[in-house]
Design a protein around this ligand. Structure first.
Ligand SMILES: [Zn+2]
Length: 474
């Protein structure tokens, strides 16, 4: 297998992908709504530079959850770590592929990456790296607290982090294989970019189109053998994210792809008759997950020996004094601010760490359990079925046709005016908010483009030129 796909790497790792295939990802699909955005990202191959933010918090959290799922699959026992030390090699770090023989767990590995990034970045300090790692550690600790360290009683993990490809099929079951331009490289071919159909050696090929995707984990119902997908996300608004899932076709797509590959007998350890029943969607809040603030220490009022109450001497309160005759200062406790997003378990830890009495906070803890806890970690199990899968498959064909049209028009583009005729702006963004191509969208030019890197493109690293010889099975 010689195909190499940006962010998916070598096609050999992608289940179900033949060597001669044209591929697109969910990210490409998500740019399709705005033709100009697609052109910037995939036609011109502009890749936004990312100087200030290193590995995103969500990606780091993902690595932690993946480590747990790997453990459950390999050992079937309670996950013993907290992210700081490698759970796989405990003490014998030589030759450990999980931690690169560093002995570090996923949180510590992330911290190492963030601190290294801070050394070469002006906007990202060492302090920030440490703070981010603490944040990550609290997020992960909360996840372990809420869901527990034991493997799920109803589901076993069968495949964490699985990359796969699903063919695009048109009406009547024909594989979708439109003409697409490729250009020669020193070792093979790559997909043509804007205007490259006219370069020397370019040729149009008809390779079947596939969507590539990565599933966080596959789970199997221990009792029925039904398969579920597990997907983990980090969000500033977990409840909103969860509500959005039912509209977003992403999960239906995953179910469709997994069911297809199971039928082909391509998922190791899963019988070809197993049924994909739905998905487990796990959303983790990216909020601070902080401990409560300890209130500022104040002078302590002395209690009257007779009444046991604070009392005044003349017009002023009498305060406790220490052996030196200085006023004793003590914190009155933890802040009971209700909007700080502190979870009940963090609050309880802080009560005990400070030596306070839990009884004084009983009401507040109940309040946090009712209002804060359910918003931090949200999980839902949704079912999916053949109708959902079939609908997705039809939509996939429509999307592939749209992307194929973009590919063809961009590679055959001749003049700058063609761009406006064929790739109009479609402001699905709100004033460019959240779009990495806002700058060239407003005013394009060499200066603006120098702020971007060149994206890797899809490559086929061999010279064989007869795609029709490739046998294609559906
Ligand atoms: Zn290790």
């Amino acid at each position: 297998m010689n195909i190499s796909i940006p962010r998916y790497g070598d096609g050999a790792d992608v289940i179900g992908l033949p060597a001669r295939a044209m591929v697109f990802s969910n990210s490409e699909r998500s740019t399709a709504a705005c033709p100009l955005k697609w052109l910037f990202a995939y036609g011109d191959g502009l890749k936004p530079q990312n100087r200030s933010a290193p590995m995103a918090l969500g990606t780091a959290m993902h690595a932690c959850v993946e480590d747990v799922h790997n453990w459950w699959r390999a050992k079937g026992t309670a996950y013993p770590g907290d992210g700081s030390a490698c759970v796989w090699c405990v003490g014998i770090a030589a030759d450990c592929s999980q931690c690169g023989s560093t002995g570090e767990g996923p949180v510590s590995l992330t911290l190492a990456e963030w601190t290294a990034h801070s050394l070469s970045s002006e906007d990202y300090t060492w302090d920030q790296a440490t703070e981010d790692a603490e944040h990550l550690s609290r997020m992960f600790g909360g996840w372990l607290h809420v869901y527990g360290r034991n493997p799920h009683p109803d589901y076993r993990v069968i495949a964490p982090e699985m990359k796969m490809a699903v063919p695009v099929v048109g009406p009547g079951g024909t594989p979708y294989a439109p003409r697409t331009w490729v250009v020669p490289t020193s070792t093979g071919w790559r997909v043509a970019q804007t205007g490259e159909a006219s370069t020397e050696g370019a040729k149009a090929v008809r390779w079947p189109w596939y969507q590539v995707l990565t599933v966080d984990a596959l789970m199997q119902d221990r009792r029925t053998g039904d398969v579920y997908l597990y997907e983990c996300k980090t969000s500033s608004s977990p409840a909103g994210r969860l509500a959005n899932v039912s509209v977003d076709p992403q999960m239906s797509g995953y179910c469709h792809a997994v069911q297809h590959l199971i039928r082909q007998g391509m998922i190791p350890g899963v019988a070809a008759y197993a049924v994909v029943r739905g998905y487990i969607y796990d959303v983790i809040s990216s909020g601070s997950h902080a401990y409560p603030k300890t209130l500022k220490a104040v002078p302590v009022k002395a209690l009257h020996p007779d009444t046991g109450e604070p009392y005044k001497n003349g017009r002023s309160w009498v305060y406790e004094l220490d052996a030196n005759g200085d006023q004793v200062e003590r914190s009155p406790g933890l802040s009971m601010a209700s909007n700080a997003g502190v979870s009940s378990w963090r609050y309880r830890e802080a009560i005990h760490a400070n030596g306070f009495d839990e009884a004084d906070y009983a009401d507040h803890l109940l309040d946090l359990m009712a209002t804060v806890d359910p918003k931090l970690y949200v999980r839902d199990i949704a079912t999916s079925g053949p109708e959902v899968s079939a609908r997705y498959a039809r939509e996939l064909y429509a999307v592939a046709q749209q992307l194929s049209g973009y590919r063809k028009r961009s590679s055959e583009m001749k003049t700058a005016e063609d761009r406006d005729y064929q790739f109009p702006r479609q402001p699905v963004c709100i004033a460019g908010y959240g779009c990495a191509f806002r700058a060239p969208c407003l005013r394009d030019g060499d200066m603006v483009r120098s702020e971007y890197d060149a994206a890797e493109s899809i490559q086929w690293n061999d010279r064989a030129e007869s795609p029709q010889e490739e046998t294609f099975k559906w």
